[in-house]
Design a protein around this ligand. Structure first.
Ligand SMILES: Nc1ncnc2c1ncn2[C@@H]1O[C@H](COP(=O)(O)OP(=O)(O)OP(=O)(O)O)[C@@H](O)[C@H]1O
Length: 368
């Protein structure tokens, strides 16, 4: 229970279905450096979770997993930024914390399952494999955040609100007089929504001045093909300086400190080895919209190990992105995904997740 409305209603529904329910709140974030002023501190969240547990007349426990979180999520995050990639800590938090460290803590309390307030559905296929399906509320579907879960983890998971719309969840909470009924949704998940990311990153990543190179839209080096076609200095001209390529992300517009002559500049590519940022002018710059992506073999994860095959899938490369038609090809060293139409802001370090036509999550991987 996070102190939000979704997990409150999840607990209520389980209890109503006859489960013996225990509320468990985790603290995963200690450091307050870079914390956004006025954002709800974890104590408030815990208080709300506890209030709801009291109301539902269920046991309530608290666990501090911040060391574990630091080690398994925050360190990974810095390491990825350092490599010039943009990590997704929310996906990691589910794989490493909620459905691992947290799950183990729940097992110690005698639990058989961990239930969360995620908007997604679990089912069982005819051959006995677990299926992870998108939540029925298309606006709220959170299956993407669970794209790294294994069959073992799914085995232990319950998603009681996955069949509901958010408005229904709020209505149930109000009808039951739960203190969280009108609490605002958490913006980012885990701690990232609660910190000022640039300030946070500056704590650990060194600022080093480097060049910003603008690439013309008609640069002959086309960025539509799978071959890693990387820009180099010779492809453009210097338009300014930045304070560290690892602070920037593909598609980023703000914080460059230079504007385009006619339209805004967007980051097309970062090169942390050379400490160069390549930018292009305007949303329609060909370097910003790419046809495909590659995932190295070791970074490929099949949620359905029994369905490992290429072919047509629906793919998303970020949370809430509408699913995109694409073709997946399995190669010796990894997999290629080619989209039917070019995608904006395909970013190294983020997860691509592929779904079958009935919105079952089949696999995912870190974009390389
Ligand atoms: N601090 C926490 N302690 C225990 N469980 C948590 C915590 N944070 C998140 N969770 C679990 O993970 C689920 C998804 O978390 P997320 O931060 O995405 O919240 P949410 O979708 O806004 O849900 P909620 O309304 O329950 O906060 C929550 O519904 C809850 O079950």
């Amino acid at each position: 229970m996070s102190g939000g409305v979704d997990s409150s209603v999840a607990a209520y529904l389980l209890k109503k279905q006859g489960y013996q329910v225990i509320g468990l709140f985790m603290r995963n974030w200690h450091d307050t450096t870079g914390t956004l002023a006025g954002d709800c501190p974890w104590e408030d969240d815990r208080m709300f979770a506890e209030l709801v547990a009291k109301k539902l007349d269920i046991e309530f426990h608290y666990i501090d997993l911040s060391d574990e979180y630091n080690r398994r999520v925050v360190d990974y995050m810095f390491a990825e930024y350092e490599r010039g990639r943009t990590p997704n800590p929310d996906v990691l938090c589910n794989r490493e914390i909620k459905f691992d460290a947290f799950l183990k803590a729940a097992l110690k309390l005698g639990a058989d399952y961990v239930a969360t307030g995620h908007y997604c559905r679990k089912a069982i296929a005819e051959n006995g494999f677990f299926r992870l399906l998108a939540g029925l509320d298309k606006n709220k579907d959170q299956s993407y955040f669970l794209c790294q879960l294994s069959q073992q983890q799914l085995n232990m998971a319950l998603f009681p609100i996955g069949e509901l719309e958010k408005s229904q969840v709020r209505q149930i909470a109000a009808e039951q007089g739960l203190a969280t009924a009108a609490r605002k949704d958490s913006q980012g998940i885990c701690f990232v929504g609660k910190v000022d990311l640039p300030i946070f990153l500056q704590q650990k990543l060194r600022a080093v001045k480097g060049d910003i190179i603008e690439i013309p839209a008609d640069c002959p080096r086309r960025h539509g093909e799978f071959e890693a076609c990387k820009y180099s200095r010779e492809d453009g001209w210097k338009v300014g300086e930045h304070n560290g390529a690892h602070f920037f992300t593909v598609g980023q517009r703000k914080g460059l400190g230079v504007g385009g002559k006619v339209e805004p500049l967007f980051v097309l590519q970062t090169d942390t080895a050379e400490n160069i940022i390549y930018v292009g002018m305007g949303e329609s710059h060909p370097g910003l919209n790419r046809e495909g992506l590659f995932i190295a073999r070791n970074d490929v994860h099949w949620i359905r190990p029994d369905l490992q095959k290429g072919g047509r899938y629906m793919v998303r490369i970020r949370y809430r992105q509408p699913l995109q038609e694409a073709t997946l090809t399995i190669a010796d060293d990894g997999i290629f995904i080619r989209f039917d139409s070019p995608q904006r802001g395909i970013t190294c370090g983020q997860f691509a997740a592929w779904y079958s036509q009935d919105e079952e999550l089949i696999g995912s991987g870190v974009i390389s």
